[in-house]
Design a protein around this ligand. Structure first.
Ligand SMILES: [Zn+2]
Length: 396
């Protein structure tokens, strides 16, 4: 590579290091920035001046250190732009406009008919986009939508924007990124939904302080996102983390899973497993929300149906922790609303089955129930994309 090429590369690298350091710190002085990055003060200043002109960062109040002249702090201009995070489900589209700091500005969920083919689904998606965009333009006319993150359950080739297989939407081999970019005229970033959630936790949430953690989700499916050395571990065939289909029983009488095999974790711990076990015990077919309400009011069978799910989750989690030895496990997914009933059994089975007493050393964090937890995760991936390209942003 030419000397000029080398210089551009180093400049871009320094730009990214500085941007990441400011983002992680929240607010930081130029002196501290130079100390933390190991870059000279003049390099830091030059790059920060450019970021200020780009409108990507801004100067804020004085730091609290006492004595002498107090330096101005730099922080990310969180409204320099926003992204749209979308989760595509069978029968619903969930999305949120999120700023660069992870704050949700607009959240909108709509229901659509189930079992749509890609073309009809995308036409609902276009309508959805126009509605949320109009709402956003009204509230924040000066803040541009920079791009769209899309999360889908299934096997996703994120690098090439291809949906390889989604049992949720019953689609296969679809160049989804290309299709959406063509219709929506914005850059689109595609990822598996559980991976997005794990990344969102790393970027905006509970995983900020951890380089290695697992994000276990419970709900309609059981999923696992793996953050390893600060990055998403997606596997060589885009299918790492398929914990839902980890066998927890080899019994020939084991319940059948949606994947067609028997004895998978999902067949014991996903929503439909809880529902069908409860039905078997009581003869009553209830929704998952009804079972939660009954468990909350001390219905013994309802409580037991979640405890049973919890014990299988604890077993699968102990195996996974034995394999990865992470710093932390973050429990998420829509069924965190049943956490009080699931967790005690899960925790005790987990404690009993980890090697070297690892369970005592691994931090277990439960995400707060929230209706925007999925879409914030997908948005985080889109935000990262924009930060990684921001050195080429125009100077205002
Ligand atoms: Zn299965």
């Amino acid at each position: 590579m030419s000397r000029t090429g080398d210089n551009v590369l180093i400049k871009n690298l320094n730009y990214k290091i500085i941007l990441d350091t400011i983002r992680n710190a929240g607010a930081i002085s130029r002196i501290e920035l130079s100390r933390q990055t190991g870059l000279s003060r003049s390099t830091c200043s030059g790059i920060c001046d450019r970021m200020l002109k780009q409108g990507l960062i801004h100067e804020t109040g004085k730091s609290t250190s006492s004595g002498g002249r107090r330096p101005t702090l730099l922080e990310i201009q969180q409204r320099a732009g926003v992204v749209l995070g979308l989760k595509l489900m069978d029968g619903a589209i969930d999305g949120a406009i999120v700023d660069l700091g992870g704050t949700v500005l607009q959240h909108r969920i709509i229901t659509i008919p189930k079992h749509q083919d890609p073309d009809s689904y995308i036409s609902y998606l276009i309508d959805y986009y126009h509605d949320i965009e109009a709402e956003h333009a009204k509230a924040y006319p000066e803040v541009k939508i920079l791009g769209i993150g899309v999360g889908v359950g299934g096997r996703i080739d994120s690098k090439n924007g291809i949906l390889i297989e989604s049992s949720v939407l019953e689609w296969k081999d679809l160049r989804l990124r290309e299709l959406l970019e063509e219709k929506l005229r914005l850059p689109v970033f595609l990822e598996n939904d559980v991976n997005s959630l794990a990344f969102g936790e790393r970027y905006f949430g509970n995983g900020r302080d951890y380089e290695n953690f697992l994000c276990l989700t419970m709900g309609e499916g059981i999923g696992l996102g793996i953050i390893y050395h600060g990055k998403l571990l997606t596997g060589d065939h885009n299918s790492a983390g398929e914990i839902g289909h980890m066998k927890v029983s080899l019994d020939g009488e084991a319940p059948e899973c949606a994947c067609g095999r028997k004895g998978c974790l999902e067949a014991y711990a996903a929503d439909r497993a809880v529902i069908s076990w409860y039905e078997k015990q009581t003869g009553e077919l209830c929704t998952i929300s009804e079972i939660i309400i009954r468990a909350d009011s001390q219905d013994a069978v309802a409580k037991a149906s979640f405890e049973r799910a919890g014990s299988y989750l604890g077993l699968a989690l102990s195996t996974t922790v034995n394999l990865f030895d992470p710093q932390a496990v973050i429990i998420g997914g829509e069924r965190v609303d049943a956490a009080p009933h699931v967790l005690p059994t899960m925790r005790s089975v987990f404690n009993e089955n980890t090697v070297y007493n690892l369970a005592q050393e691994v931090e277990v964090i439960v995400m707060e129930p929230s209706n925007d937890l999925w879409v914030r995760g997908v948005a985080a991936l889109a935000v990262r994309e924009f930060f990684s390209r921001s050195e080429t942003w125009e100077v205002r």
